[in-house]
Ligand binder design. Structure first.
Ligand code: GRG
Length: 302
């Protein structure tokens, strides 16, 4: 049964638009830095970095710092670096050999606009430059910077996001059990969301107990994020219906609604959000926005 916390959600202002603006301005600033790069690469990086998106991961990083009573601006470079990695993952995910998506955020996907070769290389550049942004612009002790770089590389590498994506590709069209499905999504989607929160906390020198609570919070919202994403895919004009083939690969992708049905999937997402809210309220921080953004996931339409 859904707990009280997620009933009767008022969806107005559950998402911090003031931080989205901040992230957008800073992403634009970094996107304009590649004056020495070949013009087509510069253009493709700028196009993909600035063509919309919720900025969910960097906003979470900023909110975590804010919840600890710090000036959220101190974590902006790391927050933007994580958005660079997210953007690379979307470019590569859209490629003909993976999801073959012509559109991303309502605009032609990177390979549709610039060609497949440039799209691959744009993703490569964004991934690499993410680390450069932390190295060059994040103000913190070397020890903390190394911790942040380690969080981001673990979350996005061969035991994180790429692992989840490989498992997703490998098992597309095959029947899998609950554990495999959870493995895919914990890594493909969850790890970078968790890294966003943890990096915010690490840069603010949160102690181990707080870091564990932030981790639990973010793992729960990461899980809910993916379930809701699957539910939205079914409702969207991608026209992926339960039990049918996905439009793009011609094979059936594994989703939570396929495994549990729509209603149960939604209930599980609600439970995860409730868990996240309970855990984040158990520490002595200014948790208001972290609670709101968790609730936002249940109301989001894109
Ligand atoms: C290609 C290495 C590699 C990884 C790809 C992130 C990912 C892994 C694939 C994206 C495909 C996808 C739709 C995954 C579901 C969850 C997800 C990450 C959705 C998109 O993220 P949002 O909703 O997008 O935060 P915006 O546009 O708001 O930034």
């Amino acid at each position: 049964m859904p707990a009280k916390e997620v009933n009767n959600i008022n969806s107005s202002e559950l998402y911090p638009s003031f931080l989205v603006k901040e992230v957008n301005n800073n992403i634009k600033y970094y996107a304009n830095k590649y004056r020495e790069s070949p013009p087509v690469l510069r253009e493709a990086m700028k196009y993909t970095l600035t063509c919309g998106g919720k900025r969910f991961r960097p906003v979470l990083c900023l909110l975590t710092a804010r919840s600890l009573g710090k000036d959220y601006r101190m974590v902006i470079p790391t927050a933007c670096a994580i958005e660079f990695i997210h953007t690379y993952s979307l470019i590569h995910d859209d490629l003909p050999s993976i999801d073959n998506d012509d559109f991303r955020r309502g605009k032609p996907s990177c390979h549709r606009k610039f060609g497949e070769d440039i799209a691959i290389l744009t993703g490569d550049a964004l991934l690499t430059e993410a680390f450069n942004i932390v190295l060059k612009y994040q103000v913190a002790d070397d020890r903390l910077k190394i911790k942040v770089l380690s969080e981001i590389s673990d979350a996005s590498g061969a035991s994180g996001m790429v692992a989840g994506q490989v498992a997703d590709v490998y098992y597309t069209g095959k029947r899998i059990d609950k554990n495999k499905l959870e493995y895919i999504h914990r890594n493909k989607t969850g790890r970078l969301i968790t890294a966003s929160v943890r990096c915010g906390a690490i840069l603010c020198k949160a102690d181990e107990n707080y870091l564990n609570k932030f981790t639990e919070y973010s793992e729960n919202i990461g899980f809910a994020f993916q379930i809701i994403d699957d539910i939205l895919d079914i409702a969207s004009d991608k026209k992926i219906t339960l039990g049918e083939k996905d439009n793009y690969s011609g094979k059936k992708r594994n989703t939570f609604p396929d495994m549990w049905g729509l209603e149960k999937s939604r209930k599980i997402a609600e439970e995860k959000i409730n868990n996240a809210i309970t855990v984040i309220k158990s520490i002595d921080i200014d948790y208001e926005w972290l609670v709101k953004i968790a609730k936002f996931l249940l109301t989001r339409k894109a």
